[in-house]
Design a protein. Structure first.
Length: 364
């Protein structure tokens, strides 16, 4: 496991938490770089290995132990056991976040030939299309691309939302110093993926970022490895773990809307749910006629106030279901709904699954 990556370190934490509850498991970190040093490792004896190993290198790992699980999403697996991020869900989360903040010019900054970047763009593009938006894309880290980046950034129209394939790509975009940096977030927003605290400390502007569930990936990976060791005839499986949440920082710290009343409405919903539990409460707080607010909100965002509040409730409910032991009755009240039945209906309508089904498939 490459311990220089925050996600890999979190995977190790998740693996360790499961391993330490099982006295039959002896856990070793045999490579902190993630590289497969076959000569050195072939002298050791392992019952199973978890590696941050792309599919194209999986055979090397399989020569070292009878049972192997990979946590790499760099390329598309054709066989083997893999546990990694649900990259389509990451892309959808990024697009949803930017759309909710009013951005209608959506752009994805990717990396050519990386499977996870392709998947994240697919989710980003799908969610944008659902709102009638055609998402654009440019790629970096390929021949001559670097020369074009400053020109691309300077030609962006106002009020664009850029999602980078990961925090490293966002850092790469930020390095084109003065002019592009002066436009973040005044003219365009920049969202990363990984929420890496070390990388955050190196950036000139605090970066908003999607937090992935590295610890959850680690837990599922070691449980999958144990299951494989107990039953070698298990079918190969690819397990995708959804992201956790978005951390908002300066790089997206604006609502790309010209209507200050609508911006204030969005801020109040974000900051004061569940106290603002319905549109009537919001109207009262803003001191604006309801019809005026609803018309201006729909004109600015393309959505109704009720729809926006429903989306926000489901986002908060997902967070509670994933990260707490609260029952659905308590969660319903925490998101401004009077009873769990209303939460069940809303959650099912917007996500296609029940709250209990969502919680059940989350890593423990």
């Amino acid at each position: 496991m490459p311990t220089g990556l925050e996600c890999a370190r979190e995977m190790i934490q998740g693996i360790s938490e499961v391993a330490h509850t099982n006295p039959a498991i002896e856990l070793h970190l045999v490579s902190s770089s993630g590289n497969i040093q076959s000569e050195k490792l072939s002298k050791e004896s392992f019952d199973g290995l978890i590696g941050f190993t792309p599919y194209k290198h999986l055979e090397k790992l399989q020569k070292l132990a009878p049972h192997v699980v990979s946590t790499s999403n760099r390329d598309l697996p054709e066989a083997g056991d893999f546990v990694f991020n649900d990259d389509i869900a990451i892309g959808r989360m990024g697009a949803e976040y930017l759309i909710r903040r009013g951005f209608r010019g959506l752009i994805f900054a990717g990396q050519k030939r990386h499977h996870y970047a392709e998947q994240r763009f697919q989710g980003f593009q799908e969610r944008a299309a659902e709102s009638g938006i055609e998402a654009a894309r440019f790629d970096i880290y390929s021949s001559n691309d670097e020369k074009c980046i400053p020109e691309i950034l300077m030609k962006l129209p106002p009020r664009c939302g850029i999602m980078a394939a990961n925090d490293e790509v966002a850092k790469f975009l930020m390095k084109y110093t003065d002019q592009p940096l002066s436009r973040i977030p005044l003219h365009f927003a920049l969202l990363g993926v990984d929420n890496d605290p070390l990388l955050q400390s190196l950036l000139p502007i605090p970066l908003s970022s999607i937090e992935v569930d590295g610890k959850g990936i680690g837990k599922v990976a070691i449980n999958r490895l144990i299951a494989r060791m107990e039953n070698p005839d298990l079918q190969d499986e690819i397990i995708r773990i959804p992201p956790l949440r978005i951390h908002t920082r300066q790089s997206t710290d604006l609502f790309a809307l010209n209507d200050e009343l609508v911006v204030r409405a969005l801020q109040l919903m974000d900051e004061e749910l569940p106290e603002i539990c319905d549109v009537g409460n919001l109207v009262e707080r803003l001191g604006t006629p309801r019809r005026t607010l609803e018309l201006r909100f729909r004109n600015a965002t393309g959505r109704t106030l009720a729809k926006e509040m429903s989306i926000l409730r489901v986002e908060r409910a997902r967070d509670f279901l994933r990260n707490t032991d609260m029952d659905t009755e308590a969660i319903a009240k925490a998101v401004g709904l009077p009873e769990s039945r209303m939460l069940w209906l809303l959650f099912k309508r917007l996500t296609g699954e029940s709250p209990s089904a969502y919680r059940k498939r989350m890593p423990v």
